[in-house]
Design a protein around this ligand. Structure first.
Ligand code: NAI
Length: 332
């Protein structure tokens, strides 16, 4: 099957090509650099399948353009699908599949990396030592052992994060509409979201973005948090009302913020903008705080995760090509 792979970087080509060769080369993968948008969708004309990533825009105009060009299947090489207009895809008869889990360890380990880096100010220490400044003033952290961490969303990534933090000796609070027995076995206590926010020294978000979780952390909920608490978001940017978070940082309500995702990341992340002026004032303001650490949606970015993404994406293409039931189908 011919598949137009949008939004590709060198590492996408490397891992997908290796997996396609390993799997026997049953599909023709054509790698395209542009993001999938209404302007670029025509590049997929004549391709039965399209492969897209988290920041590709799969809204109604794009899906209509793809359907007009003959696309019947979209293989998402990511877990989240909040960027897809599912009712329109269903109306057009376009089927979708995703990679539901590739490496929860990758995201969980990055999440804990953000916590440790913020707590022990490793990003400051790195610069100081390189400048010959070995003073410790301003680098004071706290023991993770004994601290209360609130985990919002206890699916695959939330569970891995909980396992690591349990190893540190943290007290775990959890919030999820569906309880995960593994968390209870780790000693975590399920509580309401408000109770979690009130009691946690660190809050970390691992729930999907949906209409129910959009701006889950807003001005009102920030008020409930412990003064000086750390907030970590490696889920999706719009789980945070970012201007409200900026306001909480300004008044010292939030003690630290670590984010790998940002609500408006589509215009920023995955591209080298080092020679450009960043026009997003909210994002620029975030970068001015000494207690904010931002990474550019790299939590998933490990060798193991990229291998698993390539393997599952090719398997999803196989299933569609053979007319089999799609194990990882995304439906509205
Ligand atoms: P999962 O589906 O295993 O777990 C999600 C959990 O969130 C489920 O237990 C679900 O019940 C829970 N949930 C749903 N609505 C909720 C709500 N309102 N409040 C609290 N919990 C709620 O998903 P997984 O694999 O753990 O991924 C979680 C999220 O992490 C993904 O949806 C994605 O947005 C994000 N992600 C980020 C990556 C990155 O590179 N930064 C990479 C992969 C995923």
């Amino acid at each position: 099957m011919r598949c137009a792979v949008f939004n590709t970087k060198r590492y996408d080509r490397e891992f997908l090509t290796a997996e396609a060769a390993r799997a026997g080369g049953g599909h023709e993968l054509v790698f395209l650099e542009p993001l999938l948008t209404a302007e670029t969708a025509r590049l997929a004309d004549g391709f039965t399948a399209v492969c897209a990533f988290v920041n590709d825009r799969l809204d109604a105009p794009v899906l209509e353009a793809l359907a007009a060009g003959g696309t019947q299947f979209i293989a998402l090489r990511c877990a989240g699908f909040n960027n897809v207009d599912l009712p329109t895809a269903a109306r057009l008869g376009i089927k979708l599949a995703r990679v539901p889990a590739y490496s929860p360890y990758a995201v969980a380990e990055h999440t804990v990396g953000l916590m440790l880096a913020l707590n022990r100010k490793l990003y400051k220490a790195y610069n100081r030592v390189r400048e010959g400044n070995f003073a410790l003033d301003g680098l004071l952290g706290f023991d993770m052992h004994g601290r209360t961490v609130g985990i919002v969303g206890t699916g695959k990534i939330g569970e891995c994060t909980a396992r690591i933090l349990a190893g540190f000796g943290c007290k775990l609070l959890a919030f999820d509409p569906y309880e995960n027995a593994a968390l209870r076995e780790l000693g975590a206590q399920y509580v309401s979201l408000d109770e979690l926010l009130t009691a946690a020294d660190i809050v970390t978000l691992h729930c999907p973005l949906s209409s129910a979780t959009h701006h889950l952390i807003n001005a009102e909920r920030l008020k409930h948090m412990k003064t000086g608490a750390m907030l970590i978001n490696t889920g999706r940017g719009a789980l945070l009302d970012t201007p409200a978070v900026v306001a909480a940082l300004k008044r010292g309500k939030l003690g630290a913020l670590g984010i790998d995702v940002y609500e408006e990341e589509g215009d920023l992340f995955f591209v080298d903008h080092s020679g450009d002026t960043i026009l997003d004032d909210v994002f620029s303001r975030l970068l001015t705080f000494p207690n904010v650490l931002v990474t550019g949606h790299q939590a998933f970015f490990t060798r193991e995760a990229l291998e698993a993404i390539a393997r599952q994406t090719l398997a999803n293409l196989d299933q569609f090509a053979r007319g089999e039931k799609l194990t990882n189908e995304v439906k509205g």
